[in-house]
Design a binder for this molecule. Structure first.
Ligand code: FHN
Length: 471
């Protein structure tokens, strides 16, 4: 009898031991490989982003408190790097966090500025390299709610305001972390070759126990449309970890978009290394640059309006509205997106200079937006000299010739043939224009005098809408 009982116990123990393994195996088999995706599924996921063309980048964090000044001296370089460039010890930098109290922050106002600018999405720093979290993290106390006097969750307010207003919501998240003890390694402290292996081990722990749980919080609590990683270049972060992070994020939200800096595939600032899909990431991220030519790959040029991402009180080197509008056109013609940065103050205000420029862009887009949004990514003819850029409406035989400046009474547009009998318009003016076509000169459009005289106001560049084909 006893031996039968022993036998039964042993059998049930064996069954119990096998049980979780079998479940684990099923789980493994079910684990989806998000690095492999059909073109159709990828196109579907990317659609809103490709149509959007124009988004706001927001670099906001503790660095807006010193605003470029440390020990009464100007620290050279970009504002959000002040901790590194000023060699500010962690405990001292934390004191700035204790003063970070943006009482004038108003999420609805920010989203209104975004909408009025004609932007369709935003990407804000949930955590920059300094490690400070803008949301109420349960993984760490080094955040806006637990560590700073403000005590309110910035990402909650912004994600709600975005949802309410139909603006897509993205999060910039730094892989490098100057604050976390296990992430110090080559990135911040002096690199000691004898400690490299330990550093890698520590960093792997930081990824598993800190970065990934924080990313999980972000995705579960704020439902972002984009995870925009950065700080991936540090030696202790590997390609395999990048692929794994990509898989992890997609497993939490399958239709999310992730930039290429989740992995090690950024090829310089142009950032377009896709090498047979070896590197993870849905789009390239040229920084402070616009690709030299059109590309059929997905890319987004991120750019500052002055010389810093995070607020610096003495940076007044603003780009003109005209240049910013031209950049947006140039990027769109080459099939990319434009992610234009603002660096709010520690009080929570977007600088006036930025607001003015965004308003001008919005004014231009309100008239000419159809030549920018939902235009087709293609490898075709995207420009004529420096003065003209071409875009094409998605899925239609409609082209836009966007002319920066002109003084002549006629304009010749080459590389396009207008459909016989079709009408050519300038967006914003309700009269069709006289035109003719010949093989040598292309489309010759007569420019009415009133359009030439308005050349310098905010309606320019002018957009000619042409139905036809490329030749
Ligand atoms: O080091 C950062 C920098 O502070 C800023 O966030 C930009 C934005 O693309 N990215 C990094 C450098 O590539």
């Amino acid at each position: 009898m006893k031996s039968r009982i022993y036998f039964l116990i042993i059998v049930s123990l064996i069954i119990a031991a096998c049980q979780p393994k079998a479940k684990e195996e099923v789980k493994q088999a079910e684990k989806k490989n998000y690095l492999v995706e059909s073109q159709e599924a990828f196109n579907g996921r990317m659609e809103w982003w490709r149509d959007a063309r124009f988004g706001m980048f927001i670099h906001w964090g503790v660095y807006s408190v010193p605003a470029g000044i440390y020990n009464e001296e100007e620290v050279k370089g970009i504002g959000e790097w002040i901790m590194k460039h000023g060699q500010i010890p962690i405990e001292e930098y934390e004191q700035y966090a204790k003063q970070f109290n943006p009482v004038n922050f108003n999420a609805d106002q920010w989203v209104k500025i975004i909408k009025d600018a004609g932007m369709k999405y935003l990407v804000i720093t949930s955590k920059h390299h300094d490690g400070f979290a803008l949301w109420d993290s349960k993984v760490s106390n080094y955040d806006m709610v637990d560590f700073a006097p403000y005590g309110k969750d910035i990402l909650k307010a912004l994600s709600d305001a975005c949802k309410k207003n139909g603006i897509k919501f993205g999060l910039y998240h730094s892989i490098m972390d100057w604050h976390h003890p296990d992430a110090q390694a080559f990135s911040y402290l002096k690199d000691d070759p004898n400690k490299r292996e330990d550093n890698k081990k520590n960093f792997a722990e930081y990824l598993e126990k800190y970065l990934k749980p924080q990313v999980k919080e972000l995705i579960e609590n704020y439902d972002p449309d984009i995870m925009w990683f950065d700080g991936e270049w540090v030696g202790e972060f590997t390609h395999e970890q990048g692929q794994e992070l990509y898989q992890y994020v997609r497993s939490l939200k399958p239709n999310i978009l992730i930039n290429n800096r989740v992995d090690k595939g950024r090829a310089g600032m142009q950032g377009m290394n896709k090498e047979d899909g070896v590197y993870a990431g849905d789009f390239g991220t040229p920084e402070q640059e616009i690709l030299e030519a059109a590309s059929a790959l997905d890319w987004e040029s991120c750019m500052t309006m002055n010389d810093t991402w995070g607020f610096k009180k003495n940076d007044h080197n603003w780009k003109s509205s005209k240049l910013l509008i031209h950049n947006l056109i140039d990027v769109s013609a080459k099939g990319g997106n434009y992610l234009l940065n603002v660096g709010p103050t520690s009080e929570g205000l977007i600088p006036e200079e930025s607001i003015e420029r965004l308003a001008s862009m919005g004014k231009w887009l309100a008239i000419n937006g159809e030549a920018i949004y939902a235009t087709e990514k293609r490898n075709g003819n995207y420009k004529q000299g420096d003065n003209i850029r071409f875009t094409k409406k998605k899925g239609k035989d409609i082209y836009y010739a966007i002319v920066n400046e002109f003084t002549e009474a006629n304009i010749n547009i080459k590389g396009l043939k207008a459909r016989a009998g079709s009408e050519i318009f300038v967006l914003g003016y309700d009269k069709n224009l006289e035109w003719e076509y010949n093989n040598e000169d292309g489309i010759i459009i007569a420019i009415p005098a009133f359009l030439i005289t308005s050349n310098n106001d905010s309606t320019t560049p002018l957009v000619f809408k042409i139905e036809g084909e490329e030749v």
